[in-house]
Design a protein around this ligand. Structure first.
Ligand SMILES: [Fe+2]
Length: 226
């Protein structure tokens, strides 16, 4: 895909779900590092990396009340959330995207190795490789990124996240992907990405909302550091 189109879409996702440029960059960089470690060919790596940046494109179709709801989602709301891989895929088709790695990752990034994921309940090798790999990365970043409620950050959070990934091997996650990610992490090859904590990049349209969020993040982070 044209990088300028990808960038524009990514900015739309970040504005819509109040995620940050730092989150996108971390998952993109993890994805790239991991694909390289799995000796996937160069062209595929480039496509999987673009796909990582666009994985949540379907969130553009979700209502703000649900996407930005601070508390726990109801079952009904979660059913709506489950729609985003499908609507993301539809958006890619509308944009005449034909590259399989992109379509596959957008459509299948919430499937689980044991078939208990969503929305298609694909199982094991029926899930395309990029999506299987990305599920591990997305979870790891969710468990290690700065959140107002998170007490443990940095290397300690990473240790705990790796334990969670190990526990999910063969159920939630493709065992090979967990092994590859763990090995890569332990070699220090992902440290620079983990520490890319720059979650404080402002998005002009949401300055007020984000100020509140950032204050909480800053308070938490300075406490942990001290
Ligand atoms: Fe998603």
């Amino acid at each position: 895909m044209d990088p300028a189109v990808v960038q524009n879409l990514v900015q739309q996702i970040e504005r819509k779900d109040l995620s940050t440029a730092a989150h996108t960059w971390r998952v993109v960089l993890y994805t790239r590092a991991m694909a390289e470690s799995l000796s996937i060919n160069h062209e595929q790596i480039a496509l999987i990396t673009q796909a990582a940046a666009l994985h949540d494109i379907g969130k553009l179709d979700l209502p703000d009340e649900i996407l930005q709801k601070p508390g726990k989602l109801t079952d009904e709301e979660f059913e709506i959330i489950k729609y985003h891989p499908v609507s993301g895929y539809a958006r890619m088709i509308d944009l005449d995207v034909t590259e399989e790695p992109i379509l596959d990752l957008v459509r299948y990034h919430h499937e689980r190795w044991d078939g208990a994921g969503y929305p298609f309940q694909l199982k094991a090798e029926d899930i395309p490789i990029g999506a299987r790999m990305f599920a591990v990365i997305d979870s790891f970043d969710a468990m290690t990124s700065v959140r107002p409620y998170r007490e443990v950050l940095g290397d300690r959070a990473a240790e705990l996240a790796l334990i969670e990934l190990q526990a999910g091997m063969g159920t939630q996650y493709w065992p090979d992907a967990v092994e590859a990610f763990t090995e890569l992490f332990k070699s220090g090859g992902l440290d620079h990405i983990l520490h890319y904590f720059n979650d404080e990049v402002t998005l002009p349209a949401f300055e007020n909302a984000r100020d509140i969020q950032f204050d909480a993040i800053r308070a938490r982070y300075s406490k942990v550091k001290a």
